[in-house]
Design a protein around this ligand. Structure first.
Ligand code: KG4
Ligand code: ZN
Length: 334
């Protein structure tokens, strides 16, 4: 069977379209919304408007780059959730209208599953079962992946996501949103053991990051009351120390999950998997624990439609087609 898909991703602040042919990505166009930088977080209303503005040019660019004619498309895959409702609505409505006009089916994709399936875009691909630490701006999960479409969440955050811990720290430091990659950049020049931040240790494979955020807030308040220039003088060390704590909390739970499930094939996914310290420490753990580690290419870590296209390909092969009357679901579960 010849399967040519258009995939749409619009769950948060990236408008993206990709074209795939039998699971091979031919184009992946991503427009990131810079508009949120000054607000310290995504403003949902602005995000939806920006998706509206970008979705048609992004889809045209993806089609043109792929060399595929829209009349030859087999189906349209789109992110049904989880995400911001207004943002999801733009992508879902566009995908359904486009598919209806071409008289082809739609495929509904779970954004978090797609982050994991990004590992099946390129070689080498992980074998089943494997564990995936999915770390994004909205989620932090340890997932046991038993097959392409059979996944079980073993643990997740009970409050903030790991990406939020990065972004909120960045905001406290006066850095623009999203601050994760900036913290990563400054941290490379800093001492991760200069400052100690307590994190909340909770049971099983769950995570908690809100305590860490509060401890950074109190720490900065106290230091700034003595020295107004404290952040400027110590930015690299603060970033390195907070990042060290976040990564430490993540990897401890991943080690625990691997030890108790006996699964030693380990993957990471989601925006925070772009973090250089996480990648480095994971490679160290692969030697220590004899893990086989899978780290996605940078462009497939943060939100993109290529991961929606690969997930769509797997669902289409199983004849798991979408319903034109279903609505986006901001809290869509597996
Ligand atoms: O997966 P993603 O693009 O969007 C969501 O689904 O949320 O993840 C975005 C998150 C943001 O919190 C961003 O700060 C974080 O990923 N991020 C990073 C890095 N690059 C992106 N966090 C730490 N280090 C990075 N290099
Ligand atoms: Zn994401």
């Amino acid at each position: 069977m010849d399967i040519k898909l258009l995939a749409i991703e619009s769950s948060c602040d990236e408008t993206s379209a990709a074209i795939s042919h039998n699971g091979r990505i031919l184009s992946n166009v991503v427009v990131s919304q810079a508009i949120h930088e000054i607000y310290g977080g995504v403003v949902p209303e602005l995000a939806s408007r920006s998706h509206q503005r970008h979705i048609i040019p992004v889809v045209h660019a993806a089609l043109e780059k792929s060399g595929i004619d829209k009349k030859d498309l087999t189906a349209v895959a789109y992110t049904r959730g989880p995400g911001l409702l207004g943002s999801l609505l733009v992508g879902a409505t566009f995908a359904k209208a486009f598919a209806a006009a071409l008289e082809i089916p739609v495929i509904e994709i779970n954004h978090m599953q797609a982050h994991i399936l990004a590992h099946f875009i390129d070689d080498p691909k992980p074998e089943f079962p494997f564990l995936c630490l999915t770390v994004s701006g909205g989620h932090t999960q340890i997932v046991q992946v038993n097959d392409l479409l059979k996944m079980k969440i073993l643990g997740e955050t009970i409050d903030d996501a790991a990406g939020e811990a990065f972004d909120k720290t960045a905001k406290l430091l006066g850095l623009p949103y999203p601050g994760g990659h900036l913290i990563d950049t400054y941290a490379r020049l800093g001492n991760p053991r200069r400052f100690t931040f307590p994190g909340t240790e909770i049971r099983d494979y769950d995570f908690s990051f809100s305590g860490l955020k509060t401890s950074v807030l109190y720490f900065l308040r106290e230091k700034l009351s003595d020295d107004k220039e404290f952040i400027t003088k110590n930015l690299n060390d603060i970033c390195a120390s907070v990042q060290f704590r976040i990564i430490d909390l993540l990897l401890k739970k991943l080690e625990l999950a691997s030890a108790s499930t006996g699964i030693s094939i380990i993957a990471i996914a989601g925006g925070v998997s772009a973090n250089s310290m996480l990648r480095e420490k994971l490679n160290e753990l692969s030697v220590k624990n004899n893990w086989q580690v899978f780290i996605p290419r940078q462009e497939y870590c943060t939100d993109n439609a290529a991961m929606i296209a690969i997930a769509g390909y797997f669902k289409y092969r199983e004849n798991l087609l979408g319903d034109f009357s279903s609505s986006p679901d901001a809290r869509l579960k597996y």
